[in-house]
Design a protein around this ligand. Sequence first.
Ligand code: PLP
Length: 395
Amino acid sequence: MAIATKIQASIESASWIRKMFEEGERLRKIHGADNVYDFTLGNPNIEPPAEFYAEFRSLAQNPLPGMHRYMSNAGYEDTRRAVAEFMAGASGQAVTAGQVMMACGASGALNVVLKTILNPGEEVIILTPHFVEYKFYIDNHGGVPREVWTDRKTFQLDLAAIEAAINSKTRAIIVNNPNNPTGVVYSAESLKQLGDLVQKKERVLERQIYVISDEPYSRIAYDGKQVPNIFNAVDNSVIVTSHSKDLALPGERIGFLVANPRMTHVDLFMEGAVFCNRTLGFVNAPALMQRLVAKLQHASVDMKAYERKRDLLYNNLTAMGFRMVKPDGAFYLFPQSPLADDVEFVKAAQKHNILLVPGAGFGAPGFFRIAYCVDEAMIERSLPAWQALAEEVGI
Ligand code: PLP
């Protein structure tokens, strides 16, 4: 075999992503782009805010000496200080630049954290339905993913199930708030209960257990809600996040990790993380983007635009008979599949030029995901097709 057996198997298990993409391309060629309703990708259709371009122009017109050179693996001190100030404000904790490391997106930060903390065979709890890549990232660093379902009706944390899954091999729990694919936001109270549970288990098992809070959507919350900060709930916590969604910069690969200043051995953790950023080959986060986001910590895209899209889809689809939890954040809906087999349902939707992702892709068969970070006009145009689909599958 030309490539590693494990990678070959992984390519096959994730082949639905490629198939969805190819199907979209095929349908667009036949029916025209305007008549295909592609809800598969979490790629924001919104452009970055005006402040981003203003900073970008200013930097291009006044380049700084050495601004494209290598730097400290943790990132520019100024940028880390700006992030620390923002995170201190958001959490009320005394976060300093020493607890911030700039990274290549939340994905890069997550890989760095897992590399830093995992010994071979240690377990990482992931909460189902979960982001597709978590299993691959955990495996990258010799860990073993352990799936624990959230409450199947509300998708909120099932603390009893998490408690039952924690054992002497558990090293971390990944919490994604707001959640991809469900859009739910975990409350401050449930995060506090999680913190209490982790602390109890750490005492009994005599080992440090981390809560890794994956938060690229933390500024996308609706109806005036705020996403609670994990630092107040769990001492041994680390936030991994990025500006892929709040500044609509996913292609620029700019993110960071922030360790809770109250984490046990926080300095050692940061030293390990910076070393892993280097040796995983990221070396440092993109220099130009670090300069820009240092000035943009308080900027973000218009969240109201996402809220309007959520309302448009949620109100229309529930009126047609689709059943789902109303999301409080991110830009996804995760309805129940009207057919027992979610893959069959996604195929039925394709016949109406609606492209969706089956729940099985998130470890949750029986559901499907709609990514609504798309043009509002496309959502409007898709509604008759949704109605026809609802009738075809008999809801
Ligand atoms: N985590 C979740 C839950 C996501 O949905 C995504 C991207 O869609 C990421 C992490 C990765 O984001 P980034 O672009 O910051 O690497």
